[in-house]
Design a protein around this ligand. Structure first.
Ligand code: G1P
Length: 290
């Protein structure tokens, strides 16, 4: 069965980024010339997904507005004959079919995904976390969808992290497999205490999930941090049927963290068609003055 829908949870408060995110959703913080969330939406669109389901909360309407048609702006741009800009805004509002659901209580990532169950229905679906930007030649979601066509089972994206950082992630213990960069999941644990796992395979915010996850999530009790954790439900799913971890090709940035956000800005600016060369020149100049 094809994967047609992607759930993007955007209900989080963005506390790691306060005060910047006091009045602005963290997903709307800009990386060079577009908000973080647009890179993720463009990634799933480029990978062939047909519908996005945003799981939102109060104060997140700027995200919906960003992907909507803005009559007043369109009118003003036409009057001023700003044709190219008008076309770009048109492109953004026509990118993909978008539906929103509200997560009424901040009960955790697992609960946020469960909130989308009626819209996803009984079909495999993708999950993309708004904080995780992946820069790659082939979109990360595309790479995972290609593997899904082959294995037909749930997949979590992973990358190797230094041992002293495993406590910040969901960690997968897996067994290498005939397919390149792919592991069969044996165990997974959300944010293990330092020294309690031998694995360095960290879950990054891209998943393809079988719809059975909803029934499991409905029974998942609060785990790490007192929240309903997606990782706990994934572990239960992996005990019922096969699940794969996929070490994607590309560089991941944690755009919800101040340092990760800065790294993303520098990296995306250096590869920007119009600004890249000038920005590189500027960086070389300031490095000389240090
Ligand atoms: C979430 C997941 C975690 C994963 C991480 C990747 O955690 O629960 O398993 O490793 O995203 O970004 P969060 O960073 O939201 O605490």
């Amino acid at each position: 069965m094809d994967v047609r829908k992607a759930v993007i949870p955007v209900a989080g408060l963005g506390t790691r980024f306060l005060p910047a995110t006091k009045a602005i959703p963290k997903e709307m913080l800009t990386i060079v010339d577009r908000p973080t969330i647009q890179y993720i939406v463009e990634e799933v669109v480029a990978s062939g997904i047909e519908q996005i389901i945003f799981v939102t909360s109060e104060g997140k309407s700027a995200i919906e507005n960003h992907f909507d048609y803005n009559f007043q702006l369109d009118h003003v741009l036409k009057e001023k004959n700003k044709v190219l800009l008008g076309k770009e805004l048109d492109m953004i509002s026509n990118l993909i079919d978008i539906v929103s659901v509200r997560q009424k209580k901040p009960l955790g990532l697992g609960h946020a995904i469960w909130t989308a169950r009626h819209i996803v229905g009984n079909e495999p679906f993708m999950v993309c976390l708004g904080d995780d930007l992946v820069s790659s030649n082939v979109p990360c979601a595309w790479q995972m969808l290609e593997l899904f066509r082959d294995v037909g089972e749930s997949i979590v994206a992973v990358q190797r992290v230094p041992a002293d950082q495993t406590f910040q992630y969901g960690i997968v213990e897996g067994e290498a497999n005939d397919r390149e960069r792919t592991y069969k999941v044996k165990r997974m644990v959300e944010k293990p205490a330092p020294g309690t796992t031998g694995s360095d395979l960290a879950i990054i915010g891209r998943y393809i999930l079988m719809p059975e996850i909803f029934e499991i999530l409905s029974k998942t009790t609060p785990g790490h941090g007192g929240e309903i954790q997606l990782t706990d439900a994934l572990l239960a799913l992996s005990n019922r049927r096969e699940m794969y971890a996929y070490e994607f090709e590309g560089t991941r940035f944690d755009a919800g963290d101040k340092f990760g956000y800065l790294q993303a800005i520098v990296s995306y600016a250096l590869r920007h068609d119009e600004l890249g060369d000038a920005f590189m020149g500027y960086l070389k100049e300031i490095v000389k003055t240090l």
